[in-house]
Design a protein. Sequence first.
Length: 465
Amino acid sequence: MISWRHSQVVVGDLGNDSLLLSLNGKNRKLGVARDASGRLTEEGLQSLRGSLREALTALGVHTGARLWCAIPARGVSLRRITLPPGSDADLASVLSLKIESEFPLPPEALAWGSSAVPGGRDHLVAALRRELLADFDKLFTEAGLAPAYVLAASVRALSVEPHVSKFALLDVGSEQSEWVVFEDGQPVAARQIACGETELLRAIATPASLSQAEAKERLDRAAGQKGGGEQPVLDLLIPALDPVLSVLRGLNPARPIYVTHSASWAPLLCAALNQGLNVPALLLLALIASPWLEPWLFKRSLERRMQAFRADRSRLALIDREHQFLHYLRENQPTFQEALYVIAQSSPGGIRLNGLNMNRRGEVSIRLSLRDAQQVGAFRSKLLASGFFSSATIEEQSLIQGQQMLNVRMTAQWKPLAEREALNLSPPASELEKFLPKTNSPATNAPAKTTDGATNPPAAGPQKA
């Protein structure tokens, strides 16, 4: 997952004859030249390569930026696929097998994506021939972008009121129009209609002996009129829409139609569709290349992060209890090993330890035998100088009969934990090495060197006479 908060995200709208790029409110529109199959022409490929670099430089796009590109429904096939239970662990492989049986082309020849349908095991799969995106994918990659694609109609549908579950989108382009049917917020059917703004203007201009520019100007004037003044133009526009209306009548559009078109006379399109089909037709605000697109594009990943955050938050109470328990153990655990190490380091040579008692409160009682009173004083001074003990008291001291040694009983108290934390009571590495086993010991039958440097052979074994 790529976080849009920490990386550049360029939003693109790839139409049939144009490519719109947007970043931080700045837009650049590039021309796109396709052949009859929908692929870029050779001349169009070279032209778009140069204009794309110039546009990215003008927008200030960095290398490695993410590109979310909305694509038209041309060539896109939609399928609703039901997955068997237990397939969530290997979703991509299961979908790939299902796609192979549902589509006429193998999965490797398709560019496809899927989206889970809420409330079941169904997934909506959108696929188109990979070659239709291959040229654009290559151009974007060469320009240093990381492209990902989304159906443009799904983005436009974000402007539809949430309570409208079934509707259709009609996007009128310059040469072609796009019809997409939605149910429960998911696209279920897509159709390309060979009629766009150019054909509509031609159909209006020809009977009135007008040029297309004059026909467009007439439509613009009629769009601003109220009170029935636009009806004469509607009478011309409805017959011009006949190629679109005949297709939509065959599709039985018994649902609201939302129209997207950039021309100022787009409201006239809605009125003409309303009269020609007798269904509600509303003008829809397009969201392509809008900053509002980013939250929708990253909605799924953000939802997963929020679910993980909620799951982790429910564990905070347990983590707090475990932390408090471990902190209590650390504060109250007896430091017996450290006390023994300090006593051993402070003991002079030749002493004999007769007894040692310690408790959790840090009270230490030591019974030992030393040579004389000087060793007793030195031992007590070292205990106090170590910084581990706050007090060391000689309770009893007696001479051993027949021996020049003293029996001593001493009590001591170690310091609180806060005062002992700064002490370094770990033995040095050189001291620890003394207790490690020696692995490189010399062989017992190795030749020995004499004092003059000569080498004697190893001792011979028993021999027969």
